[in-house]
Structure formats: C-alpha cells, structure tokens
Design a protein around this ligand. Sequence first.
Ligand code: G3I
Length: 334
Amino acid sequence: PTFLKVKANKLANPFFVGMAVKANQLDSGSKYDGILKNEFSSISAEYEMKMNPISISSGVYNWTAADKIVAYGNANGINVHGHALVWHVAVPNWLTNFSGTDAEFAAEVKKYITDVVTHYAGKVKSWDVVNEAVDDASGNLRNTIFLQRMGPNYIKDCFKWARDAANAAGDTNLLLFYNDYATSTNIAKQNKMFSIVDDLKASNLIDGIGYQMHNTYLSPTKTQIETDINRAVAKGLKIHVSELDIQVNPANDISSFTNERRLAQKEKYKEIVKIYNAIPAANKYALTVWGMKDNESWIPYSTDLNHAGNDWPLLYDSNFALKSAHTGFLEGLD
Ligand code: G3I
C-alpha cells in the first residue's frame, strides 16, 4: 500500500501527516508502532500532555506518559505537537479548587506553562497554548476559570509566558498555536477567534491556528472551510488541521457503517486534504487525524454527541484495516 507520509513528503510543498496517540500504544512492535512509523510524520497526545494528567499539585508534575510520547517522536524522527497547555476541560482538581488569590492563581498558571515549555524545549515543535477559549453560543470569551480568575487578558498572558519560556530555553523556533473548533460554521466564533489572533499577532505571540475539524460527512462545506482558512492564510499564520475526524452518523440514523456513508466519508477526507494541500507552503504545518482506529475514537462515547456508540470516523477500522477514508486521504494528496 502507499503510505500517507511517503506520499505527503513527495509533494511540492510537503506537510506533516499527524496522528493523536496514547503512550500505551507506543511499545515497540505494537500494531500502532508499525503504522505510525510507516504512515505518520507527526504525533499529538490525545490526552497525556494536558494539564490534568501532568500537574499533580503546585510545582509537582507527573511527566511519565508525556515523556514517553515525546521520546517516541524524537527517537523516530516524528514531529511532536504539544496539546494543550491551557484548556478549561483539563484543569486538575487542585487548581480548580485553588484557594489562593487571583494573582496567586495566575502565578500558578504561569509556573505551569513555564515549567512545561522548558521541560520540552527543543523536543516539542509546537504547542496549543490555549484551546477552545471562545464560547459557541455567544461568540464571546468562554466563561472559564481562566477568564474568571485572570481576566480577559489571560490568553495573551499565556502566550507571552510560553514565548518567554521558550526563548529563555533557547527554543526560539517553538511554534505557538491557538486551537479551536467549528469556526467554519459558526461565524461569530470565527470572528472572535480572529480578533484574539490579531491581538496576539500584533505582539508577535502567535505563529499558527489549530482548526480541530471534528467534521461530519456533510459539514462544513468546502466553501465554509476555505473562507475560514483563507483568513488565517492572509495573516501569514501556520495552519494546523489539528484533530480531524469525520462522523458518518451525526443524526444517529444508521446502526451499521453503510456503503453510502463509507463513500461519503472517503470524499470528505479527500476534500479536506485537498483544501489543506492547496494552501501556500508558508502556511503549511500539519494535518493531524484524531486517533487511529474507529473503535478507539472519542466520538462514539461522547456524551455531547448523540451517537449511541455508532460511528466510524477514522482511517482504520477496529482491526487496523485500511478504510476507504484512507484511500480518500491519499487521493487528496494528488
Ligand atoms: O487514562 C485515564 C485513567 O487513568 C483514569 O483512571 C480515568 C479516570 O478519569 O481517566 C482516563 O483518562 C481519560 C482519557 O481520555 C484517556 O485517554 C479521561 O478520563 C478522558 O476524559 C479523556 O478524554 C479525552 C478528552 O479530550 C478529555 O481530555 C479524549 O480521549 C480526547 O479525544 C478528547 O480530545 C479533545 C481535545 O483534547 C480537544 N478538542 C476536543 C477533543 C474531543 O473532546
């Protein structure tokens, strides 16, 4: 078979083909190990490089799983993207229940960002500094513990702390990303994201935007995606399709993976890869798929989505067999 990264590396303007991984998948000789080495040129941690698994208490860290993932990438010439320094869903209990002042809370966030960026300096090529800061309904800043305790400037503070830590560690090439979802279909959210991005860019604190792209076989449309992404291209930002998966059962109207949805999914992967491949070289970074095989995707088990366990969103099936989606990805690289 043709391998994804082999074809991507032959492009006039190559980009990383990424996969979200778990540390326990990376043992030498595992099925994941073989596929990752053949097909992927970048990895993100699906969970283990977030704040809650790493941060035990103030200044106390559990690096084990994250170190394993980073070491695997570094040992195998695979790019490592850091996901994510600050995210309201990944706040450890000790920080959620922090009884100190707001200034002391901010100092804890600064210490965390500084320590993590320093720990992985030169080993992790990019970080999602802040993830999902924009509220879906209002298009304003999401009312998270960070906004409540640090105020609306918290995003800029976090990017500055990350930039300062990287520069202090000599990692002047570290790429800092803002990461979010559904900006192509939610224009208020898209506009708010770009106002945040413009403010960061004015202070040279941001290098790229992560478009999660938890899409469906129907949405967003090609035009919606291109309109959104072209705004980032125009600002000279790197673009990371950071968490791509394609639901085929968003309305929970099928109980098995029908051929009609299989082919629709193939076409949607092809469409998204083609859109990404068409952006200018200067804006390319990585296109990352959020997991390897269908039965390990977050989607069927998500309480936010009404899938009742039925969806097949990724490139490999539960037996690691290639799906038509994988063929669609390859065709998108033509
Ligand atoms: O492994 C631990 C286990 O040791 C512990 O006992 C158990 C009890 O909480 O948790 C286990 O961790 C789970 C982890 O996935 C394992 O991979 C967490 O509960 C569970 O919350 C976590 O879910 C992840 C979720 O983010 C929250 O961090 C999903 O795998 C992951 O796909 C999902 O990814 C997010 C992106 O980071 C941001 N964009 C949306 C995307 C989907 O929600």
